[in-house]
Design a protein around this ligand. Structure first.
Ligand SMILES: C[S@@+](CC[C@H](N)C(=O)[O-])C[C@H]1O[C@@H](n2cnc3c(N)ncnc32)[C@H](O)[C@@H]1O
Length: 485
């Protein structure tokens, strides 16, 4: 799909590009109107939500109290905002107060959340209680040595915990944009505790999802695909009991994406539907329960799902309200329109089955077990596979895990040699292969040298390039060119 986007969005003519940009804006405007009409993101003072912060909550086995679970109570390092727990003895639970402009010392104290070193830890009446998360979950091994636990597995039509589940999900803070600044470029924001009115809006969203989920799933407006267990996909299942891909989304997130999908279905024109559908994949990745809240002196917002290429579940997560998602729904692409006489075709086959000759092969292979693409792709496939627009309706919406070159040992090396040998055999004597290489591990570098040599290739040049993940930590990658040896 990314290759399709490179050719059909980045490579589109200026006129088509303008149409796509218009369509992005139209979709956002329509969805925004729908959300404003429902009144689910505005409060009675006219303020509009920007971000919702949620945390898990669990009952302490020693006291029976319901305890919010967070690694830190710091909410804003820019404005010294923290959350504070106030015991409610009658309800055996904690109210959560949001306090702004606290002292440096209080900020330091707030860094200690209720989960430390894998344990739920909190104080009540001067006594500290500590329970390992493993105990809360009821971890055990079965007769075959498999790691299991007592978390209930969520079902297909569920989207929130049941009241007696071990882990509850609780809204604990809202970042608001003030009513007066809503029409201004610079929005003024503040953090506030959750009120009864806010909880009513939460129930309203949940009710809309509850009433429609079966039908939305049937029509492919939201996922109904089970999570297939494997290295990375095991984590949501094991640590939360989430068994379907939509369990990674909170009701507000589901609702926004269903609205997006509905809007893209209304779009006319052969290119707009698939273009908007692929763009939506970015919005979806930027609003899940795997998105953490990040605060620092320079930056304060929610962070995307694949900021690390795994499926790590979080104790507390941030949900973007619609206006805060706009940057990831209306966004610019590089422009590089293809010559009008060019013809493109996309086929998806395992590289070792290449059967057509080509002068140039450009590849961006997986490197050892660095990223489990075949598993992570399923996150997107879950949203895309039902009723996709043409030409995606002709694609096989399955990650085809069995065909992926994976692992890090001999299987990986053998798979890579087979793939590059097949391509080498299908290029002329003066043909070329360009290979992206972004791995940091020198061990993998020497593997790669062996792989390309064994495939009958020799290096003729390498270039240092910046990649999408280039940062101070990850310093870009290389493009290497090979000819037949
Ligand atoms: C580094 S990623 C490439 C990402 C690509 N440049 C893009 O923008 O989508 C490596 C890709 O190789 C794919 N892959 C794994 N085994 C393969 C095989 N046997 N044949 C072809 N592609 C394979 C993975 O699924 C993954 O999408």
């Amino acid at each position: 799909m990314l290759t399709w986007g490179a050719l059909n969005i980045i490579g589109a003519s200026p006129e088509k590009r303008a149409e796509i940009e218009q369509a992005q804006k139209k979709m956002v405007t329509s969805v925004d109107a729908e959300i404003s009409e429902l009144g689910i993101e505005h409060n009675s003072l006219g303020n509009r939500a920007k971000t919702y912060l949620y945390c898990l909550e669990s009952r302490c086995p020693e006291t029976g109290w319901l305890v919010p679970m967070v690694p830190s109570w710091v909410i804003s390092k820019q404005r010294n905002v923290v959350a504070k727990l106030i015991p409610n003895h009658e309800l055996q639970s904690f109210e959560i107060k949001i306090v702004s402009s606290v002292s440096a010392e209080e900020m330091k104290q707030a860094e200690q959340g209720t989960v430390q070193n894998g344990c739920l830890t909190y104080s009540l009446n001067g006594k500290t209680y500590t329970t390992p998360i493993k105990t809360l979950r009821g971890d055990y091994k079965d007769a075959n040595g498999n790691n299991l636990n007592r978390l209930r597995r969520w079902e297909k039509h569920e989207f929130k915990p049941r009241p007696d589940d071990i882990f509850q999900e609780r809204l604990y803070c809202i970042q608001w944009m003030t009513a007066e600044s809503l029409n201004k470029k610079q929005k003024k924001t503040f953090f506030a505790a959750v009120t009864d009115e806010d909880l009513e809006r939460e129930r309203q969203v949940e009710q809309i999802v509850a009433e429609n989920i079966v039908q939305w799933q049937q029509h492919g407006l939201m996922p109904d695909m089970p999570i297939e267990p494997s290295d990375k996909t095991d984590e949501p299942i094991r640590t939360r009991g989430w068994t379907y891909w939509h369990h990674l989304f909170n009701p507000r997130q589901i609702l926004i994406f269903v609205f997006y999908k509905k809007q893209s279905n209304f779009m006319q024109g052969g290119l707009l539907k698939p273009a908007i559908t692929s763009i939506q994949s970015k919005s979806i990745e930027w609003n899940t329960k795997l998105c953490r809240w990040a605060t620092s002196d320079r930056h304060e917002n929610q962070v995307n799902t694949f900021s690390n290429q795994a499926l790590n579940t979080l104790l507390n997560f941030a949900v973007r309200a619609h206006s805060n998602l706009e940057n990831h729904t209306i966004f610019e692409f590089n422009k590089s329109d293809l010559p009008i006489f060019s013809k493109t075709e996309i086929t998806s086959i395992p590289a070792n089955l290449v059967s057509e000759n080509a002068d140039l092969f450009l590849t961006d292979p997986p490197y050892a077990d660095a990223v489990h693409y075949h598993e992570i792709t399923e996150f997107f496939i879950a949203w895309l596979r039902k009723n996709p627009p043409a030409p995606f309706n002709e694609w096989i919406w399955d990650s085809r895990r069995a065909l992926a070159i994976k692992g890090s040992g001999d299987d990986f090396r053998r798979g890579m040699v087979e793939a590059y040998t097949a391509m080498t055999q299908h290029m002329p004597d003066n043909g070329m292969q360009c290979v992206m290489f972004t791995h940091q591990d020198t061990g993998v570098w020497s593997d790669m040298v062996g792989i390309f040599w064994a495939a009958g290739l020799q290096v003729v040049g390498t270039w240092y390039i910046a990649t999408e993940t280039t940062s101070e930590l990850k310093k870009g990658g290389y493009l290497a060119c090979f000819t037949r040896r």
